[in-house]
Design a protein around this ligand. Structure first.
Ligand SMILES: *[C@@H]1O[C@H](CO)[C@@H](O)[C@H](O)[C@H]1NC(C)=O
Ligand SMILES: *[C@@H]1O[C@H](CO)[C@@H](O)[C@H](O)[C@H]1NC(C)=O
Ligand SMILES: *[C@@H]1O[C@H](CO)[C@@H](O)[C@H](O)[C@H]1NC(C)=O
Ligand SMILES: *[C@@H]1O[C@H](CO)[C@@H](O)[C@H](O)[C@H]1NC(C)=O
Ligand SMILES: *[C@@H]1O[C@H](CO)[C@@H](O)[C@H](O)[C@H]1NC(C)=O
Length: 497
């Protein structure tokens, strides 16, 4: 009987290992978040460590499993609860364990993978990279358009396209990644560790969103105001269960018509955001403290790979407010999509239908990487139109005065350049040729390589995790089971896992 259990456990456990998101978050509380987020603060400290923490998916996972779901506790107390929890997250976890297909361009990767030989290099087939652009003819009449060399956008593009992607990446690593605007304070963030998703991603006091009518006015969210009377954004972290009510209070208070979610709930087997909205599949209505949020309608995709739900937000005793919840699940964390087109289409669509004067809320997991890249499109265009000498690095520095740690990696930094080139191409301001075409192609090759590398690492991490859980936990559980007389209850529970 006992040996039968020992034989059965690895199977059960590997099934659990494949479904880890539920467990991860609990550990994040005890691990990352308990650290004093502000100790040893200095210019750049956080840019770097955040990068490492969020980025080292597999490394981190391994640690957490060892310490968290570790050993006897899986069967004794953790087992049952975790299983229930995992189930509720099943759909998310499943999709995240199949990450490769979801990145950027599903067709691209599967084609590459199924190709009979490696000779079919993706870059030799431009239509694979930019299905909507390269395969179509360039913007209407672009061949005949004479570039207007007085247009700041043209001057900017001609100068920038001459830069080499590698140099831009180096510039990011050297002068921007660690850049911290002078004179910022982080008191509120420091005093509310429990409301911060990551201990090393901080929120500056000056631009933070202050909640009204709440006992605690803090939420990890910053206003980012595009200059010259441009769009106002709120950049925020992926909500935590303890901040759901704060989050919806903020949406209602700021009357943000759009809530743009640039991540999945679970990515690379890690909880990146908690489900703060009603899910059509389960419940159409959820209550978060004194606020009820209902799903009214699911609308057609506004852009490739994006979903669009209409939600009604109703605080007790107040009139409801309708919000568009838009999710873009396929933007790889720390990196950026190969093809800028879906993101640009979403950007243009949001800008088009967002009511004038209404703030747009954007979040991902930490609310600084993908989020700031999205906001950076708007910001950069305005700055370039003002001053043709604008470097994207200048743009990031400006944004960082409002949202510290904006843009997390050189790939995101490059991607922002690409978004602007692509927008100018669409507007017929520049053409996809010469240096501009080369620049875009170089980016795509680089981004693709990075995504593949990350995929591989994630895969390796998952395999290691599984093996690890199987070996360590089995050994431990078996030894526990063999001393059954003192722990009969734990055995019974184990069987039920
Ligand atoms: C487990 O946690 C303890 C303390 O929380 C830490 O010292 C130790 O390094 C961790 N072990 C692993 C493998 O992460
Ligand atoms: C397992 O759980 C028990 C009781 O909840 C606790 O005392 C013990 O420290 C836990 N062990 C580990 C390794 O987490
Ligand atoms: C991954 O996704 C593809 C396509 O959606 C599907 O055919 C395949 O079975 C999935 N693989 C796993 C391991 O889930
Ligand atoms: C334009 O941008 C460049 C580069 O950042 C800067 O040196 C210059 O002072 C700016 N010009 C104006 C008029 O702001
Ligand atoms: C364990 O299960 C057996 C058989 O189902 C039962 O007789 C026994 O009372 C259970 N032990 C505990 C502690 O629940």
């Amino acid at each position: 009987m006992i040996y039968f259990l020992c034989w059965l456990l690895p199977i059960l456990l590997s099934a659990m290992a494949a479904n880890m998101c539920g467990g991860k978050r609990a550990n994040r509380h005890s691990g990352v978040r308990k650290k004093n987020p502000l100790s040893g603060i200095g210019p750049g400290t956080y840019g770097v460590s955040s990068q490492q923490r969020v980025g080292q998916g597999p490394e981190r996972s391994k640690k957490q499993i060892r310490n968290g779901s570790s050993k006897a506790n899986v069967s004794r107390n953790g087992g049952k609860m975790r299983t229930a929890r995992s189930k509720s997250r099943e759909s998310n976890t499943r999709s995240s364990s199949n990450t490769s297909k979801s990145y950027a361009n599903p067709g691209l990767l599967s084609k590459t993978r199924n190709a009979p030989s490696k000779k079919v290099k993706p870059q030799t087939d431009p239509s694979m990279h930019t299905p909507n652009l390269a395969s179509a003819t360039p913007p209407v009449g672009s061949k005949n358009i004479v570039l207007n060399r007085k247009d700041n956008r043209v001057i900017w593009a001609e100068r920038t396209a001459k830069l080499v992607c590698k140099d831009i990446s180096l510039e990011f690593e050297r002068t921007i990644k660690k850049y911290k605007a002078p004179g910022q304070t982080y008191k509120a963030c420091e005093n509310n560790e429990d409301k911060n998703r990551y201990a090393d991603v901080i929120c500056c006091d000056e631009t933070r969103v202050v909640l009204k009518d709440r006992a605690n006015d803090y939420i990890h969210a910053s206003y980012v105001q595009v200059p010259n009377g441009g769009q106002r954004y709120i950049c925020t972290q992926g909500p935590l269960p303890e901040t759901f009510e704060d989050f919806w209070t903020m949406v209602y208070q700021e009357k943000t018509k759009f809530v743009i979610m640039l991540c999945k709930l679970c990515e690379d087997n890690t909880q990146k955001c908690d489900k703060y909205y009603p899910d059509a599949k389960k419940k159409k209505k959820e209550t978060y403290g004194s606020i009820t949020v209902s799903l009214i309608e699911t609308k057609p995709q506004p852009a490739e790979e994006a979903t669009w739900n209409v939600l009604s937000v109703e605080p007790k005793g107040k009139p409801p407010f309708e919000v568009y919840h838009v999710q873009v699940p396929n933007w790889p964390d720390q990196l950026a999509p190969v093809d800028a087109k879906p993101m640009l289409n979403l950007y243009k669509w949001v800008k088009k239908i967002n009511p004038k004067g209404s703030t747009i809320l954007v979040h991902c997991s930490a609310g600084v990487g993908r989020t700031a890249t999205f906001v950076g499109i708007d910001y950069a265009i305005v700055m370039i139109q003002e001053n043709e000498s604008t470097m994207i690095g200048d743009v990031i520095k400006e944004i960082r005065k409002q949202r510290y740690q904006a843009i997390q990696s050189h790939v995101q930094f490059l991607f922002l350049h690409i978004c602007i080139f692509e927008l100018f191409i669409e507007e017929g301001v520049i053409h996809r040729e010469g240096a501009v075409a080369d620049f875009i192609r170089a980016y795509q090759n680089h981004a693709e390589k990075k995504i593949k590398k990350k995929d591989k690492e994630t895969q390796a991490g998952q395999n290691k995790e599984r093996q690890f859980v199987r070996e360590e936990t089995m050994e431990d559980l078996c030894s526990q089971l063999l001393s059954i007389p003192s722990h009969p209850a734990s055995c019974n529970k184990t069987i039920k896992v």
